[in-house]
Design a protein around this ligand. Structure first.
Ligand code: GLN
Length: 479
């Protein structure tokens, strides 16, 4: 029996190297847990048939000396990450039978490294949501309390790792979709600097915001995955070339040190008391460990969510235009009501997309339409720039910015479903990092009385991942 609960990439790698067990043995353990738990948790939409074959290939790499640190490591992958020859549905009916014709950049890197891809995980449709409730394939459940949700949109990936159905996972973030489920499931989630990890082969939601991000049970696991994936990719026009991958020089001198800025004014209201209490205690712990905690003001950041919910739907309406019932996926063609091409478009999109996707396409089309473009889209873009500038400015004074990760712990199935704005508010603390493109990490910080995970998050300047990981590791010792 392998102790899956306390397993990390480093421990598994050591065991593979020493021959204590092989990747095949480890994968078989995970498959047992999947068999036992996935029916209830619905974390995986599909477990790949060739997973043991992948493990055998990995074991060969150890024998012939070509193994890397990720060789044989079992990953769960969000359903919007293309893996050649496998279905990638983005949690949507419209892509139910869409098979990827090429590997995404991150899959190419993972496969080169010899990682084992166990399967694809459930998500909110096209990554729109904070709970997996907009998935066309049913909700995922939170392993800590199965009457609750694992967060979203990468909820399936988070549930898979938290329930020991994979050692680690990949999700994607447009606005908190890795950090919030990490918070709800008691995991570490690391959202990289925008442009650090290639988006090539990720089913787009909002291109100017989307990023691939790892989940792990500890900071080191997230770090190892990030280091493998953070590379320039000439096939992604927003991938940042190596020579520009430098820590923002405008930041505080001697950064990477111990000055944490807290924008208290952003969470005066609307935060669950258990989250607030835990956040304060966590800051106290940093203070005792020698960190300086200072109050900072981010006056524009309080409009982040508003700006996000204009920019993102604008990009969604453009990106989702390609799903027209002709070029890709689900198509209504043999219906009595179809008389012409327009009917095919309308019926395919009307039936293929769920309610939230349709809502965002309409919102996005509206804010980009003539007469409203300046009033909404252009204004939101200006707010985004203000948010970005004030965050960069803040990093002249502090090394890190801390907030709670989400305003509440995991909520119940069915909750917030009829109130989109209540659901959107889950991302209130995530949005500034996504708008500004800076990296951010979610760190487990304790449990509520009901035994639900709590989490704090840090932001750092562009390419300041090292500072996030350093603070995260420190917190693992003192929390
Ligand atoms: N929850 C947010 C939304 O609904 C963000 C989703 C994401 O990060 N992919 O848009």
């Amino acid at each position: 029996m392998i102790d899956l609960k306390n397993l990390t990439i480093e421990k598994a790698h050591e065991s593979f190297k020493k021959g204590e067990y092989a990747s095949r043995d480890l994968v078989e353990e995970y498959l047992k847990v999947i068999k036992e738990k996935n029916k209830e948790l619905n974390a995986y939409l599909e477990v790949y048939e060739d997973v043991l074959k992948q493990a055998d290939e990995a074991d060969k790499k150890f024998k012939n000396g070509t193994a890397s640190e990720l060789t044989g490591i079992p990953f769960a992958i969000k359903d919007n990450i293309l893996f050649e020859g496998h279905i990638a549905s983005a949690g949507s009916k419209i892509l139910e039978n869409y098979t990827a014709s090429y590997d995404s950049f991150v899959m190419r890197e993972l496969r080169k490294a010899g990682a084992v891809i166990i399967g694809r995980t459930n998500m909110d449709e096209f990554a729109m949501g904070s709970s997996t409730q907009t998935s066309a394939y049913g909700v995922s459940r939170n392993p800590h309390d199965t009457s609750r949700l694992p967060g979203g949109s990468s909820g399936g990936s988070a549930a898979a790792v938290a329930a020991d159905m994979a050692l680690v996972a990949l999700g994607t973030e447009t606005c908190g979709s890795v950090r919030e489920p990490a918070a709800f499931c008691g995991l570490v989630g690391l959202k990289p600097t925008y442009g650090a990890v290639s988006r090539n082969g990720i089913i787009a939601m909002g291109n100017s915001l989307d990023q691939v991000a790892p989940f792990g049970k500890n900071v080191r696991d997230a770090e190892i995955i990030f280091n493998f994936l953070s590379k320039y990719d000439k096939e992604d026009s927003t991938s940042i070339p190596d020579k520009s991958r430098v820590l923002d020089t405008r930041q505080k001198e001697g950064a990477g040190g111990g000055c944490i800025g807290v924008p208290w004014h952003l969470f005066e209201k609307g935060v669950d008391p258990a989250v607030m209490e835990n956040f304060k205690q966590s800051m106290e712990k940093f203070k005792k460990a020698g960190y300086e905690i200072v109050d900072i003001e981010l006056p524009f950041s309080k409009y982040s969510l508003e700006a996000y919910y204009i920019i993102m739907p604008a990009e969604v309406s453009t990106n989702l235009a390609r799903f027209d019932g002709i070029r890709y996926g689900f198509s209504v063609q043999n219906d009595k009501e179809i008389n012409n091409l327009k009917d095919i478009y309308m019926k395919s999109r009307g039936r293929g997309f769920g309610k939230e996707a349709r809502r965002r396409i309409l919102l996005g089309t509206y804010v980009l339409s003539h007469g409203y473009y300046d009033a909404y889209y252009n204004k939101a873009v200006k707010v985004r720039e203000k948010v970005k500038r004030e965050i960069i400015e803040a990093f002249k004074k502090v090394d890190l910015i801390a907030t709670p990760t989400a305003p509440m712990p995991a909520f119940k199935i069915g909750e917030k479903l009829d109130d989109p704005v209540a659901m959107y508010l889950c991302d209130i603390f995530s949005a500034p990092a996504n708008l500004a493109g800076v990296p951010s990490i979610a760190l487990p910080s304790g449990m509520t009385k009901e035994n639900l995970p709590l989490s704090i998050q840090f932001m750092a300047p562009h390419f300041g991942e090292e500072a996030l990981l350093k603070a995260g590791k420190e917190f693992e010792k003192i929390r």
